[in-house]
Design a protein around this ligand. Structure first.
Ligand code: URA
Length: 241
């Protein structure tokens, strides 16, 4: 059990909003602790108390935070960049320190997770856990059916053939690709290999997580049910027989 702390401190740390905004939320009756509407100044123990905001249970374990970011193009997915480009870490709260879960290329847009939960990060990024990632790839030209079949069945890249994937045209020149490997620049290299280089790449889903309401550069904390769904998705896939 941890020390009881003021609610605004707990909720600000969980990424809900700044302390000042959380205070307003408490005053507006939007925060509930163990089924009772909270009062300003109230303390809670994040390890044992059930804390809800707007009816949604929040993950407030003091040690773990999860953010879902819509990464804009031109921002790098590392904690710091020798070339001085903006980083994804600069787009989310400074404390506690978080790290991106895997990487998107600087020019790739879309969903990226950040957390300080190293154990689940490891599982999510390890290829044998096979978490699905969905991309919309805007490509040069319009791939024919045979080219899409190659994406699905496996494309020979310099680091080996790609695992079976899902590939479908969603509109002329736009392919929806679902992969569960995480090789460097994989989607770009797959599309290049079939003769349709990527001109714009957007990640639209990570395992169970989607969010079409987050604008470029916007982030939000994961809900408790999303963290649980993510943990369930990050289970090892059996080796091929
Ligand atoms: N595949 C790519 O080519 N780039 C990314 O950023 C992610 C997947």
């Amino acid at each position: 059990m941890s020390e009881p702390e003021r609610l605004q401190k707990i909720l600000a740390r969980a990424g809900i909003a700044s302390r000042r905004v959380v205070e307003e939320m408490i005053e507006d009756g939007r925060v509930v602790v163990n089924g009772e509407v909270a009062e300003l100044g109230q303390r809670a123990d994040p390890d044992v108390d059930a804390i809800e905001v707007d009816g949604v249970l929040v993950g407030v374990r003091p040690d773990t935070v999860w953010y879902l970011l819509n990464k804009p193009a031109g921002v790098v997915s590392t904690a710091s960049d020798p070339q001085g480009r903006p980083t994804v870490v600069q787009l989310v709260p400074e404390e506690p320190r978080v790290f991106p879960v895997g990487r998107l290329d600087a020019e790739t847009e879309g969903l990226l997770l950040l957390t300080n939960d190293g154990e689940v990060t490891h599982r999510l990024t390890h290829p044998s856990y096979g978490v699905e990632k969905e991309y919309l790839a805007h490509v040069e030209g319009t791939p024919a059916r045979g080219a899409l079949r190659r994406l699905r069945e496996g494309v020979e890249l310099e680091d080996g053939i790609t695992a079976p994937a899902t590939a479908a045209m969603v509109s002329p020149g736009v392919v929806r690709l679902v992969i569960h490997e995480g090789r460097n620049r994989q989607v770009r290299r797959m599309c290049e290999a079939i003769g349709h280089p990527v001109v714009r790449l957007v990640r639209t889903r990570i395992g169970p997580l989607v969010d079409t309401a987050l604008g470029p550069g916007e982030w939000r904390p994961l809900r408790q049910d999303e963290v649980r769904a993510l943990e369930r998705a990050a289970v090892p896939t059996p080796p091929p027989t």
